[in-house]
Ligand binder design. Structure first.
Ligand SMILES: C[S@@+](CC[C@H](N)C(=O)[O-])C[C@H]1O[C@@H](n2cnc3c(N)ncnc32)[C@H](O)[C@@H]1O
Length: 228
């Protein structure tokens, strides 16, 4: 039984996620690179669905003055994040227990210039994603930057099968158990709900962002950024 909405228990999360999703570390390096280019003097950065705090761990050595608001609905993930980030005793970090709904609005008492949501908004279907995106938009400072990475749905049934075959082969070669790999195929559209690249771009535009761009694309994952 997992203790968050991913299939991985928080303690094993970091190792397992890298055997599950190709190029995972690039999601974070691409995000940080974009922030450093666009908003190098960001003072408040909210990471929603922060998981074990990997993004903040990578960003802090480069941007030590940023106040990080790390939000996640899973207490076990927040505990892992606290433990991981204890090695930055002088960093300004707040840990917030919240899902990206009104609950997040209730606990974020500042106005972030950057909000990131990496692989956190695809668990509950269309309405959850729409609401989470709207909440991030509302919380963000005008001119601020929103970055999201998500699993994506290829445009055709054939494309979905081809991409899933490639994805599952990656997992087998990364030594995931055959059972976990098979379960992964059955989770598509049942436990997580990918939308197409076009639908992602459209959702960000419809939410109100003025600049909407693709940041990164791989087999079945993509990154997007948007400016309020
Ligand atoms: C796949 S993990 C990603 C963690 C982290 N962002 C990373 O890059 O490794 C997804 C995280 O999102 C959290 N989560 C799930 N649904 C969420 C929601 N609706 N709003 C905010 N966080 C959510 C989970 O508890 C989990 O920690």
């Amino acid at each position: 039984m997992s203790d968050n909405s991913t299939p991985h228990r928080a303690k094993e999360y970091d190792e397992e996620i890298r055997r599950t999703i190709p190029f995972y570390h690039l999601f974070h390096t691409e995000t940080i690179d974009l922030v450093r280019t666009l908003l190098p003097s960001v003072s408040v950065w909210l990471d929603t669905g922060c998981g074990t705090g990997y993004l903040a761990e990578q960003a802090l050595p480069l941007m030590p003055k940023v106040r990080f608001l790390l939000a996640d609905p899973s207490p076990a993930m927040l505990d892992q994040a606290r433990g991981r980030l204890a090695r930055f005793p002088s960093a300004d970090i707040r840990f917030l227990s919240a899902v990206a709904t009104e609950e997040l609005v209730g606990v974020v008492l500042e106005t972030p210039q950057v909000i990131t949501a990496i692989q956190s908004h695809h668990y509950g279907g269309e309405e959850v994603r729409r609401l989470a995106t709207a909440v991030c938009y509302r919380l963000l400072e005008p001119g601020g930057l929103y970055v999201t990475f998500e699993n994506i749905r290829p445009d055709t049934a054939r494309g979905i099968n081809i991409s899933l075959d490639r994805w599952l082969r990656f997992q087998r070669e990364a030594d995931r158990s055959p059972q976990a790999v098979e379960e992964h195929r059955s989770r598509f559209g049942r436990n997580y709900f990918p939308i197409t690249v076009a639908e992602h771009l459209q959702l960000l535009r419809a939410t109100g962002f003025t600049v909407v761009e693709m940041l990164w694309l791989s087999q079945m994952q993509a990154g997007f950024y948007a400016i309020k």
